[in-house]
Unconditional design. Sequence first.
Length: 358
Amino acid sequence: MNFAFCSNVVSLRRGLLAAAAAATALAASGSAVAQTKTLYIGMNGGTMEKAYTQYVFPAFEKLHGARVVVVPGTSSDILAKAQANKDKPQMHVMFLDDGIMVRAMGMGLCEKQKPNPHLNDIYPAARFKDDLASGVSLGMTGIAYNTKMFAEKGWAAPTSWMDFADPKYKGKVVFQSMPSSSFGLHGFLMFNRIQGGNDKNVEPGFANWAKTIGPNVLEYIPSSAKISEMVQTGEAALFPLTPTAVAALKSKGIPVEYAQPKEGSVVLMTGQCVIAKNSEPELAQKLAEFLLSPLAQANVLQFGAQIPTNPKAPAVGEGAEQVAKITQWMKNAVTLDWDSVNANRPAWNTRWNKTIER
C-alpha cells in the first residue's frame, strides 16, 4: 500500500472537513451578524463618548447581542436631529442637558420609560416629569480658571460670579454663547440674579452686562471645545465650566481648576430619553435601564468623571472624592425654572445676538 498516498487522502479529507466547518461557522456568523440589532444613541462626543463606548456599551452589547453606535453632537445638535426625524427616528436614545431635555419632552420626542429597579434607585431630582427622561449624570456649572496664569499673576482663586467683571481680567474672560451653550446660559442667568433679576425677568442682566462683564470678554465661543487651546496659549483666564469638564481637561495636563461660586453653581444634569416611535422600542428601553445601573454608572465615574445619579454606584479613590465634592457643592446649587427659561429663550437669544455678541 502506498502510505504516502493514504496520508495525502487523509490530509485532504481533514482539509475538506476543516473547510466545511469553517464555512459552516462563517455562515452561522453571517447569520448572527444579520440578526444583530443596532441602537443609535445621540450624545456629546469627547470624554463622555469615549467612556461609554469603551467601558459601558460593550457589556450591554454582550448581554443583549446588540450593537450601540454613538451619534456625537452637542445637546442642541442632537435635539435638532431628533426633531427633524420625528416621524421616523434615526436614533433610539438621546442624551441632552436637562433644560434641552425638558424642551424635547414638550415636543413629544420622548417616550415614557418603563418602570425598573434602577429607575427607582436614582435620586428623585434625576427623575424627569412623568418619567419621560432620567438623569444619567449629575453636575453643575460654576467657575473654572487657568491655574498657570493665576499663579504667574499672583491672583487668588475666584469666588464669585462677579469676578468675571473684575477689571484685572480684561481681555482674559472667555464666555460661551448663551444661545448655543448651557454654560453660557447658566453664567448669564446667575449674573442676572445678582443684578436683581430672576428666571422670568432678565432685564437687569441685559442692562448691566455691557458695563460689567462685557468689557472683559475676549471671545464668545459657541461651545467649550476651544477652551483647552485657549488656556494653553494663555488667552483664557476665566470661563464658566463644570467640575466634570475641568477634571477631563486636567487629565490631559491642562492647567485648570474648578471654583464653586459663593452665590451657588447651577445644576446641570445630563438626561437620557428613549426616543418616541423608534424602531427598537423594547431594546431601547433596556439600554435606558442599563445606563442607570450601578455597574454602568460606576464605570463612567471612573473613566469619564461623570457623577452618578444612582447612589448605589460604587465610588473609590478619585471618584469617591469627586462625589463627595459634588455633594458638598450641591448644598447651594441653583435649579433653574426651565419652563420659564424655555418659553422665553428664543427672545433672549435674539436679544443676546443683537446687543451682546455683535
